[in-house]
Write a protein of this length. Structure first.
Lengths: 411, 295
């Protein structure tokens, strides 16, 4: 008993020591993030005081930048699967070494998702209405948002459980191979697909919004998630390699890049299927795609962004098809940036705004996020980046045997 | 002190972890504020009666006059329905303004539950050729007709389905209502409504004290807080006392009909049986209780 307590305290204090020490790059990065978080918090206080009028959303476009970011980040969280499958099902060593980072990214992304929903709702202090057992009530089985609350919270707990167990076992210098752990790892795969399916159903179930009301939405979400999530991860891992003692094999990076190329291909294929269906049939609701790609009645606010998204995605796909280009570190990173930008624009603004414009009675209200909205969103992303950095910093030392039960962390 | 300021203060107190201070009195009696208020449908009779008394006192302080918030139940054997004659409607928008006055909508952002769409006769009912902002010297304008749209009180209401916390539901008389003290403001219902009938309070609503309608219903026209959704309730505060909704009463051409769908001799049944009736977006199977007809 005593030794268990000592084990936990040395884990906790050691972790605390790791995150409170670092070189000037580390503190500089933290300072930048804290500044963004500070501005975000100030902007959120003004939103709490004045109401959501501080955003650009109105009755015609009642979801905007927040929900767009939420949708994108659900995809990022899901992408941990692209590492879990090769690591644990094919037992492929180069990926198994880095799988923990993918899971940590998922945890940070889901926490951002929760925050984006919290800042979007009009009465955040009533969040307890969503908690059965605390007097709340979830409208199951019919409300997709209720399902999403369950799926996202379940997913973050599951992944947090997996990665803490993994790290703590390594900290104890034991092998993480018990059956509960493998069950959790196994279960995290359908759970990852589930979070993104439920999020897609949240949109595609809405008969009022023909742009979303399509069966192809969930597959599109999943395909684009498998491009954008790894793109962030690849860049993060390379930065880690640059600034820490972290080691990643080239084969791991190449394999991830190869998977991204396949998924971008599928993503573009699904997008083109959607575009054909809408334009060739020429039904009334092609107006949403018109709004997206050419503007309607002179309303063209999002058109340049949408074309940027398409061009980025197509270019990146072309680059990643070439083995030489995706295995060269420079072109690889350019490709990752293009994929990130392409999917981010397509899935945040490009998903939500055309779905809501024109509104169900045909009115075109041109939505462009307000500065307050943007600053709050940057603050949330900074919280996510900070969480990810802190978790990675601890994990890094454990995974490299620099911090364990017999050894205080290197600082 | 307004409704929402109180709750925001409570919220900040809770967040700051000063719940203890709140209980001892500095934040007032928390159990009676918005924050801990139960869902309307789970409240006991006595609890509700006490709450209504408190709301009356609160509103009297706010508006400086006697206000009554009722909570009349649905009447037995009543299912409300509505019919609107689009041949008669002239697009004068008296219904819109009558509704704003009757239902205490926010004057500042001009929340309006009824949207009158001007459409072109040559296109028929087509939302892609609709203009809600028409502004002519006189109406009706040549070549145009008018289609007022408010909540269609659907039998299979997508909004009710989508609400994650059951803050909106269908009453026994068919009226779809919102519990303003339970709504979390996620706006799923707005995204799911095919008729654009729901309105959100993007800020603290403002109702001038001299214009406030003091005859209120808990699920209808009582003042709403910031950050929640509202919509047409067929004037629940009037309908359940056997009166016509305000829009029916103020329509100068008699284009609006309201009544009990279950009454075989009622006006509504006459319209349904004798006129050319249509409903909006019938392909979505929402089964509205709001009918349009060519009189």
């Amino acid at each position: 008993m005593k030794s268990t307590v000592r084990l936990y305290t040395s884990f906790a204090f050691g972790s605390l020591r790791i995150i409170t020490s670092g070189n000037r790059y580390y503190w500089g990065w933290m300072l930048v993030l804290l500044t963004f978080i500070g501005f975000g918090a100030a902007a959120y206080i003004s939103q709490l005081q004045d109401g959501l009028i501080t955003t650009s959303m109105r009755d015609q476009v009642s979801w905007g930048f927040y929900i767009g970011n939420f949708t994108f980040l659900v995809g990022v969280a899901e992408a941990a699967v692209t590492l879990v499958i090769p690591a644990y099902f094919y037992n492929w060593r180069p990926i198994k070494e880095i799988v923990a980072y993918g899971i940590l990214l998922a945890v940070a992304a889901i926490i951002c998702c929760t925050l984006f929903v919290m800042v979007d709702i009009g009465r955040p202090e009533r969040f307890w209405h969503l908690l059965p057992g605390f007097g709340g009530r979830l409208n199951l089985p019919s409300s997709l948002l209720a399902w999403d609350v369950i799926a996202l919270n379940g997913y973050v707990l599951l992944n947090f459980g997996i990665v803490t167990y993994l790290l703590f076992t390594m900290f104890r210098k034991a092998e993480p191979n018990n059956r509960l752990f493998m069950f959790m790892v196994w279960f995290s795969i359908p759970a990852a697909i589930a979070i993104h399916m439920v999020t897609a159903f949240l949109y595609s179930g809405l008969i009022a919004r023909p742009y979303w009301n399509t069966a192809i939405l969930a597959p599109r979400f999943i395909a684009s998630a498998f491009c954008a999530g790894p793109a962030i991860l690849l860049v993060a891992l390379q930065l880690l390699r640059r600034f820490t003692s972290f080691h990643i094999r080239r084969e791991a990076i190449w394999k991830i890049a190869e998977l991204m190329a396949y998924f971008m291909g599928i993503n573009l294929f699904l997008l083109s299927a959607e575009i054909f269906q809408e334009y060739y049939g020429g039904k009334d609701h092609v107006v949403h795609l018109h709004y997206m790609f050419s503007g309607v009645d002179g309303h063209t606010a999002i058109v340049p962004w949408m074309w940027t998204a398409v061009i980025c995605s197509v270019l990146a796909f072309g680059m990643f098809l070439s083995r030489r280009l995706r295995e060269n570190p420079y072109t690889l990173n350019i490709g990752c940036a293009l994929i990130f930008l392409g999917v981010y624009l397509e899935k945040s603004m490009g998903m939500v705004i055309p779905g809501m414009t024109p509104d169900p009675l045909g009115e075109i209200f041109e939505y462009v996020p307000s500065w307050n909205e943007i600053i709050i969103s940057i603050g949330i992303l900074a919280i996510g980046a900070m969480l990810f950095t802190l978790m990675v910093k601890i994990a890094n030392q454990i995974l490299h045997g620099q911090f364990n039960v017999d050894q205080k962390p290197m600082v | 002190m307004s409704h929402a300021t109180t709750s925001r203060r409570d919220f900040l107190c809770v967040v700051a972890g000063c719940t203890a201070a709140a209980v001892s009195g500095s934040c007032g009696d928390l159990t009676h504020t918005d924050f801990f208020r139960k869902r309307f449908r789970e409240m006991g009779k006595e609890e509700l009666a006490q709450l209504l008394v408190e709301l009356d006192a609160h509103n009297k302080k706010r508006f400086g006059k006697d206000v009554h918030v009722g909570a009349e139940d649905a009447m037995p054997d009543v299912e409300f329905g509505y019919a609107l004659d689009i041949n008669l409607c002239t697009g004068c928008r008296r219904c819109v303004h009558g509704c704003v006055d009757e239902n205490n909508q926010d004057r500042d952002m001009e929340i309006q539950w009824i949207r009158v769409l001007e459409m072109e006769k040559e296109h028929g009912v087509n939302f892609h050729h609709a203009d809600p902002y028409y502004d002519h010297e006189t109406v009706p304008h040549e070549g145009k007709f008018y289609l007022p749209v408010a909540c269609q009180q659907c039998r299979d209401a997508p909004c009710v389905k989508s609400c994650p916390v059951e803050a909106t539901w269908q009453e026994d008389d068919g009226i779809v209502v919102v519990d303003y003290d339970w709504c979390i403001g996620c706006r799923c219902c707005m995204a799911s409504c095919p008729y654009g009938a729901r309105r959100f309070n993007w800020k603290e609503p403002e109702i001038p004290a001299d214009e406030v309608n003091t005859d209120m219903h808990y699920l209808g026209n009582r003042p709403r807080p910031n950050g929640v959704v509202e919509k047409c309730t067929f004037c629940i505060q009037r309908a359940r006392k056997g009166q016509y909704p305000k829009c029916v009463e103020v329509c100068p051409v008699g284009a609006r009909k309201f009544g009990n769908l279950l009454d075989p001799n009622g006006e509504l049944r006459y319209v349904l049986e004798n006129k050319q009736v249509f409903i909006l977006k019938s392909e979505l199977s929402t089964r509205p209780r709001f009918y349009y007809y060519y009189g």
